[in-house]
Write a protein of this length. Structure first.
Length: 228
């Protein structure tokens, strides 16, 4: 185990991307705390239970922030108050339906305030290159502007990093495999059932990322259709 150094707050969902990032920063000897957010998505309960278990196993301090107002004020198929989750390929049409307006900006603002309060020097988010096309709060321009806002808003005490913004989800899957991530203990499916549905856009992307066609994906899917 490398000596722990920089104190980092990770915005942590319990999904595969943020789990890989958590393993990654710990492997680099960075001391971390994890912040998860209960914002009313259909799959929040599945993600948060995974996040809790993983943090306990890794002995990482973990906090869940309740954000009940999302369901009442924001419109998105991802929220339990929204339209049904779209099925099929992860394309522009289906992705747009799952946008939660300014979600990352809100979550990272809370994380920045928490980081400054506990003396952490940075926050990290696992948004990646595959998110850029549709999700405006995942794009490099947003990342740069938000990082600058946090720097000035905390008087230079907190920085923001997006280590995976130049990677796609398959790249992240490969990194996590090398780090020993057990993907069966992470959650992706937007429907939030007992098992991954296998037909929503998020499940299709997970299959691609974890190389389902190469029989490397340990996920149990309800659907037996061929991967995209």
């Amino acid at each position: 185990m490398k000596p722990l150094s920089v104190h980092t707050v990770i915005v942590y969902s319990g999904g595969m991307d943020s789990t890989v990032l958590l393993y990654d920063i710990l492997d680099r000897g960075i001391r971390a705390e994890a912040l998860s957010f209960d914002y009313g998505s259909r799959h929040n309960h599945r993600e948060l239970s995974m996040a809790k278990n993983i943090c306990e196993n890794l002995k990482v301090p973990h906090h869940i922030v309740p954000l009940d107002f999302f369901k009442g004020f924001f419109k998105s198929a991802l929220l339990s108050s929204g339209d049904p989750i779209p099925e099929g390929p992860y394309n522009e049409s289906t992705m747009k339906q799952t946008v939660v307006p300014f979600r990352n900006g809100i979550l990272m603002s809370i994380a920045a305030g928490y980081a400054e309060s506990v003396g952490a020097s940075e926050i990290v988010l696992a948004s990646h290159g595959g998110d850029h096309a549709i999700y405006p709060d995942c794009r490099p321009d947003f990342n740069r502007a938000f990082s600058q806002a946090v720097y000035f808003g905390t008087d230079g005490k907190v920085s923001v990093r997006f280590p995976y913004e130049g990677l796609d989800k398959r790249n992240i899957g490969d990194i996590g495999r090398k780090l020993g991530v057990d993907y069966a203990k992470t959650w992706t499916c937007y429907k939030g059932g007992l098992h991954h549905c296998g037909v929503c856009s998020a499940c299709n992307e997970r299959r691609y990322a974890l190389r389902f066609e190469e029989k490397m994906d340990p996920t149990t899917y309800l659907d037996s259709a061929k991967p995209r």
